[in-house]
Design a protein around this ligand. Structure first.
Ligand code: UD1
Ligand code: CA
Length: 456
């Protein structure tokens, strides 16, 4: 049977107290809804259906590139009504899985077990859990061990409220039954809503057996209603990421102090110190060590390179056996060869640096092409911007740039050239020559420093 997935995402999310729709709130830097859509796709749903309401424009724009069917539920009349409005896009055969845009950690393996429990048109499967405190949830009513109906908290008798098995809301139903039963839902209940959960009673009346499946972990079925729950699930997700990395051989000095907000590919014996944040796609070679507080985004770091504490790397490539930081900032377009050293308070942008070159202290290297074996003195700045355009600085192999130089681009410094400390270089420096461009030191004989007149 084919599978369609309907994701309910029409709720307002008032308790978030945010201008951002609830399903757009980020978990591991991706909207909650993105996690659910990813699960739907992994299950093989080519075109998941999203039932939206509040903040629909923002949500649709964020997912504009994706193959999704959007169904508007203008007025929220209950979960049953939400699936009703999706009926026109549900096929006449096959089965449909109902997910929730605010239940982000649902796992594909749990859902696979749920879906296989609906092999034909005479079956239905429901995801349930046992909770120590079931308050607020719909309760699973069983007779002779079989699931017969769901009763919502507000409609439950005292005896029913004592039931600890609850409805997670996630279920899988043959499309034929949805088309037959959803139009007949009534809202004669405590909340005046059309309850999706009434399908279970209908199944029982029709002699369709209901299979209860349990999730792999309880976190998977937790919904997010406020920032506290959002942070709780973020930690659950991050702990899972850290565990996965440690099982793959990464040394994580404290799994509670690592944030993976993207993907991390890695070699052997990689070490991540506390407070490391990974964003976008990051690739680390063998034995890369990342120091405390580093933020690595969309970058590749070669084997045996050390990123010392509090360095920021964004859209850059670093070779092997390099040393970066502490307090270094590699901005987009930085491409550093093997054995390069970048020290504290050095910023690079759109700059290529050759084998073994060093900029160890307090420098800005922007729009530069730097050869191999170059030494950049402390405090050196490429003056790459004239207020309107960016210009290039080219430095040949084995050049030695003195301390506190201003390299006024466009400018070329030849291979093996040397520049004197404090120079402002705005003309080409020939290969192998020394250029000094600063006011020469003078001694003024007998000069007196001004002194304050003695108080009267
Ligand atoms: C629902 C279930 C309950 C279950 C609980 C699990 C029903 C009647 N009850 O209750 O058995 O234990 O979830 O959390 O289904 N939504 C829409 N449109 C609507 C109403 C809801 O899109 O008209 C969406 C909401 O955005 C939300 C989800 O459906 O993501 C659940 O709705 P909510 O009103 O929170 O259901 P509960 O009362 O919690
Ligand atoms: Ca709820």
């Amino acid at each position: 049977m084919t599978l369609q997935v309907v994701i309910l995402a029409a709720g307002k999310g008032t308790r978030m107290r945010s201008s951002l729709p609830k399903v757009m709130q980020p978990l591991a830097a991706r909207p909650l809804l993105a996690h659910v859509i990813a699960a739907a796709r992994q299950l093989g749903a080519a075109r998941p259906i999203v039932v939206y309401g509040h903040g629909g424009d923002v949500v649709q724009q964020a997912f504009a590139e994706q193959n999704l069917d959007w169904v508007l539920q203008a007025e929220q009349k209950g979960t049953g009504h939400a699936v009703q409005v999706a009926l026109p896009v549900l096929g006449n055969s096959g089965r449909t899985l109902i997910l929730y845009g605010d239940v982000p950690l649902i796992s594909v393996s749990t859902l696979e077990r749920l879906v296989v429990a609906v092999p034909d048109e005479q079956s239905l499967a429901l995801l349930t859990v046992h909770l120590a405190n079931p308050s607020g949830y719909g309760r699973i009513v069983r007779e002779d061990g079989r699931v017969v109906r769901i009763v919502e908290q507000k409609d439950a008798s005292e005896a029913e409220k004592a039931i600890s098995e609850v409805n997670t809301g996630i279920l899988c139903v043959p499309n034929t039954l949805l088309h037959e039963w959803l139009p007949t839902l009534k809202n004669n209940n405590a909340q005046g809503e059309y309850y999706l959960t009434d399908l279970i009673g209908m199944a029982t009346a029709a002699g369709v057996p209901v299979t209860a499946v349990h999730p792999d972990t309880v976190w998977e079925v937790e919904g997010v209603n406020d920032k506290l729950q959002l942070a709780t699930l973020e930690r659950v997700w991050q702990q899972a990421q850290a565990e996965q990395l440690m099982r793959a051989g990464v040394t994580v000095l404290d799994p509670a102090r690592l944030d993976i907000r993207g993907s991390l590919e890695h070699g052997q014996d990689v070490q991540l110190d506390v407070g490391v944040i990974i964003e976008g796609r990051v690739v680390l070679g063998d034995r890369v060590r990342v120091g405390a507080g580093c933020i690595l985004k969309d970058c590749e770091i070669g084997s045996d390179t050390e990123i010392k504490p509090y360095s920021l790397i964004d859209s850059a490539v670093v070779g092997a056996h390099a040393q970066i930081g502490p307090f270094a900032r590699l901005r987009p377009g930085s491409r550093l060869a093997d054995e390069v050293h970048i020290g504290n308070f050095v910023e690079t942008k759109a700059t290529v640096i050759g084998l073994g070159s060093k900029a160890n202290h307090l420098a800005y290297l922007g729009d530069a092409e730097i050869g191999a074996g170059v030494n950049i003195g402390a405090g050196t700045i490429t003056c790459n911007y004239d207020g309107a355009y960016k210009h290039k600085t080219v430095i040949g192999d084995d050049a030695f740039i003195g301390t506190n130089n201003s390299l006024v681009a466009p400018v070329t410094i030849g291979a093996g050239a040397t520049t004197g400390a404090g120079s402002t270089i705005n003309k080409p420096v020939p290969e192998g020559q020394l250029a000094v461009a600063r006011a020469m030191q003078k001694t003024i004989d007998g000069w007196q420093r001004p002194r304050k007149a003695p108080k009267a």
